[in-house]
Design a protein around this ligand. Structure first.
Ligand SMILES: [Zn+2]
Length: 267
């Protein structure tokens, strides 16, 4: 069994056999890995602890044949404590990211860019002012989707490519809006709309916001102002998009996001 050195963050750990745990880790160099932490349930375990919301350095043995492995060393490199104002909200949105990764990351596929983005996200959630937590989360969510091949198209019509400014419609109150198809994964212009297809209406102002969140860096997204209703609407749109785009409709992260909408955002 070759020994592997990685840094990583814990996504989930479940008890296994009498004293051990199976830990799912997002590593910098090997993507998602599920590894046995032998004796990990014992308080006397000499190895370092596999803490959540920490950047850990670890060594593990991994069998290429069976795919199983076990941890030999753990050293914390950075611990996120979310002690600033709004600890509960910070923890909730950090957990939402971990849930999304757990649900969507494929096993054994290196995702270096997404790994570093995730560390940057946890750092920001740890320190940004309270009002920036939700825009930073939404920007991270959009970028995570792109890394994993689910990039929603807000730049123009998904079918004919017409630019977004040419796809707007006007309602009876003179307000300009666009329609988004979660199934096709992007905006749809009036010519490309199909009867009976499900669309989400998106006010042009909100389209500008979500497009900014998608294209800004994570750090820049902290400066994007979002009203509560806007944040809820954008979260709803992304949740619906994810439901259509992934086969699994019972993703835990979706249930988590539903809960988030009902509680955290309103507080
Ligand atoms: Zn079109």
């Amino acid at each position: 069994m070759p020994q592997v050195k990685s840094e990583g963050i814990v996504l989930k750990s479940v008890n296994w056999k009498e004293h051990s745990k199976i830990v799912t880790i997002f590593t910098d160099n090997a993507g998602r890995q599920s590894i046995v932490d032998r004796g990990g349930r014992s308080l006397k375990s000499k190895r370092g602890r596999l803490m959540t919301f920490s950047r850990l350095e670890m060594a593990y043995f991994k069998s290429e044949r069976s795919g199983t492995g076990y941890i030999t060393e753990v050293e914390p490199l950075e611990i996120f404590q979310f002690e600033k104002e709004g600890t509960l909200g910070r923890l909730t949105f950090a957990s939402a990211a971990v849930e999304l990764l757990y649900d969507l990351l494929p096993a054994d596929e290196p995702q270096e860019g997404l790994y570093h983005l995730t560390i940057q996200y946890l750092r920001l959630i740890d320190k940004v002012r309270k009002a920036a937590i939700i825009p930073v989360f939404l920007a991270y969510f959009l970028k995570l989707l792109s890394y994993l091949g689910y990039r929603p198209n807000f730049a123009g019509c998904i079918s004919c490519g017409k630019e977004s400014r040419d796809t707007s419609l006007t309602n009876s109150n003179g307000v300009s809006y666009h329609v988004f198809s979660p199934e096709r994964g992007g905006l749809v212009c009036s010519t490309c709309q199909k009867p009976e297809e499900y669309y989400i209406k998106l006010h042009s102002e909100r389209l500008d916001k979500i497009y900014s969140l998608q294209t800004a860096s994570l750090a820049e997204s902290a400066r994007i102002k979002l009203r509560l209703g806007e944040a809820e609407e954008l979260l709803e749109l992304l949740t619906s998009f994810l439901k259509y785009q992934t086969d699994a409709r019972e993703l835990n992260s979706l249930k988590f996001l539903e809960k988030l909408k009902k509680t955290e955002i309103q507080n």
